[in-house]
Write a protein that binds this ligand. Structure first.
Ligand code: UT7
Length: 333
């Protein structure tokens, strides 16, 4: 792949709502146990947004932090991309609501929906705008309020998800930066993870509400098998595209869905656990927010240094997958 002008990340931010829900709290709602959740998923707790918190507000707070980290004013932004499956409303785009909150009056804005792969898809889209020379300063946000579309009586899904936001500012660079991206989809798996109603196939009605069709439905095993195969494959694919080998990877930032899925990817890449960032026990699965939250946290903890090869990889509803490899070169990092 010929890249005309490289894009890189120059600022990161995150927002996690302060309200914590533990596995013990979930035991009181559905027939499950702390032991089952820990051993089958690796999750110990998750954050749940308060009733007056919104997707746009969490995205705004993460974005503000990322802009401060990049030392960039909101007016300097050319584009805002928001990856989410839990927008404030069906339309307008949540990115427009965040644009207004930030005062980013010179920025174009749109939402991108690729399930849990949304942020990594977003980074690759931002990369194309920067590489083509069309834009200089792009903000990519991954944000979810999954608690609002979770059926708290369905133990198959209630144990998994959490709320939060992560953001990254992307700009051009002379050296390093994003070296390659790999995106994919398999629409044959569309029913494995979906919200059946509220769109145009089944508009909201008394019946859809009664039948709980506005909540997440998931065939856990199907998604699990897909993820185990895809996370490793997509990481290897992007490394190859970048002309690198798996031994070159300094840090893997995988979508945080299940420690067994992450471990399988790490085994495939022959990576030791210190090269794989995991915060799933703390936050659960925050869908498109999981990779940017993990990236911001890894950076905060000093786990990423200049010159490091960092691989981002995710899978999700669609079914989709996405990976990206970046040679970390942040000037202010
Ligand atoms: O971002 C993408 C979002 N989705 C995912 O990442 C999901 C991927 N899938 C998974 O992570 C796993 O498939 C799950 C964690 C969802 C389920 O784990 P599993 O090992 O595939 O469990 P299972 O569905 O095969 O169920 C095993 C047993 C069953 O009992 P029996 O039939 O063996 O007696 C289930 O009824 O565990 C039971 N079970 C539960 N028990 C307690 C299923 N869910 C629960 C639960 N609490 N929440």
């Amino acid at each position: 792949m010929k890249i005309l002008r490289r894009a890189t990340i120059t600022g990161n931010g995150k927002y996690l709502p302060p309200e914590v829900m533990t596995n013990k709290d979930i035991e009181k709602i559905v027939d499950t146990s702390d032991e089952w959740i820990r051993s089958r998923t690796g999750i110990e707790k998750r954050r749940i947004a308060a009733d007056d918190m919104t997707t746009s507000q969490m995205g705004y707070l993460a974005a503000k932090e990322a802009l401060e980290d990049a030392d960039l004013a909101p007016e300097d932004l050319d584009l805002i991309i928001v990856a989410t499956v839990t927008p404030d409303m069906i339309f307008p785009a949540t990115s427009c609501i965040i644009q207004e909150k930030l005062g980013a009056k010179n920025a174009a804005a749109f939402d991108l929906e690729a399930g849990c792969s949304g942020f990594v898809y977003g980074v690759s889209v931002a990369g194309q705008f920067i590489s083509s020379g069309m834009y200089d300063n792009v903000l990519v946000i991954g944000v979810e309020t999954l608690s609002r579309i979770t059926d708290w009586e369905d133990r198959d899904t209630a144990v998994l998800f959490g709320d939060g936001a992560g953001a990254a500012v992307m700009q051009s660079t002379e050296k390093g930066g994003f070296l390659a991206y790999d995106l994919g989809a398999d629409g044959a798996g569309q029913d494995a993870l979906h919200v059946p109603a509220g769109g145009t196939i089944k508009p909201a009605s008394e019946e859809t509400v009664k039948d709980k069709l506005h909540f997440i439905r998931m065939e856990g095993n199907t998604v699990y098998k897909f993820a185990v195969k895809r996370m490793g494959k997509a990481s290897l694919e992007v490394i190859k595209k970048a002309g690198l080998k798996r031994e070159d990877i300094d840090l893997l930032i995988p979508h945080q869905a299940n420690t067994r899925i992450i471990d399988a990817a790490a085994r495939r890449l022959k990576l030791s656990s210190d090269k794989v960032y995991v915060n799933l026990p703390e936050y659960g699965n925050t869908s498109s927010a999981s990779v940017p939250i993990a990236l911001a946290e890894a950076k905060e903890k000093g786990l990423i240094k200049k010159g490091d090869i960092v691989v981002l990889v995710a899978f999700g509803a669609g079914l989709t997958w996405a990976s990206a490899v970046i040679e970390w070169n942040e000037e202010r990092g």
